[in-house]
Design a protein around this ligand. Sequence first.
Ligand SMILES: Nc1ncnc2c1ncn2[C@@H]1O[C@H](COP(=O)(O)OP(=O)(O)O)[C@@H](O)[C@H]1O
Ligand SMILES: [Mg+2]
Length: 256
Amino acid sequence: MAEQGSDPIIRVRDVSVQFGATKVLDNLDLDVRRGEILGFVGPSGAGKSVLTRTIIGLVPKLSGRIEVFGIDLDAAGKAERRGIERRWGVLFQQGALFSSLTVRQNIQFPVREYLKLSQRLLDEIAIAKLVMVGLKPEVADRYPSELSGGMIKRVALARALALDPELVFLDEPTSGLDPIGAGEFDELVRTLQRTLGLTVFMVTHDLDSLHTACDRIAVLGDGKVIAAGSMAEMQASQHPWLRSYFHGKRARAVVG
Ligand SMILES: Nc1ncnc2c1ncn2[C@@H]1O[C@H](COP(=O)(O)OP(=O)(O)O)[C@@H](O)[C@H]1O
Ligand SMILES: [Mg+2]
């Protein structure tokens, strides 16, 4: 099978995305390897969310090719496409949860979209996922407005995991959390990745996250991936943006 072995779980080739006259992604190449947590960083507004949304098919690309699980997404028919979508989960940067739905209904939402299951099974799934992200079953009947910021992120993660995906996209999952909450969330992602064998594509601004959670880092600049590798490789880079990012004041606070 094409998706086995060392083949990347996501393969992005020559992808360009343009809004009006502005080219946000410019012949971008990126591989995400099976089983890794890839940290995706770059300046604000560089196009990290745009690439995430392009891979999952919410933003149209001008050109290029995207393969997920070894399948060219442009070549996939409707049914195959739905089959692929069932195998990934997404935590969006904005609008983490539906405010008019309970936690239980939020977690069940993607399941209902793809599977026909009994209410009893749906309820079991919601509770199992809540426990998986470290929350109590009682939280299921609350509304998002009744949750702390950290709990909202955990419920959003539970929703991303609802269909037992192999691949999870997390777009700035710890933004807005205090350092302790962010650290706990990173630990949770790490633990889930190990126990469930997940592959994680994580957009983050957080240097702590890159250190503690990520196996590899890719850096977006000028519409391309300008560097990809281990934290040590990023720190050794002479590229001006990487130098200021990984050796600047904020970096020193983390690296010591
Ligand atoms: N749907 C859209 N229409 C027009 N411009 C967009 C759209 N989505 C994103 N952009 C622009 O693309 C650029 C990259 O945005 P984004 O991917 O959100 O950056 P970030 O790296 O901070 O996630 C920004 O200039 C943003 O304004
Ligand atoms: Mg973004």
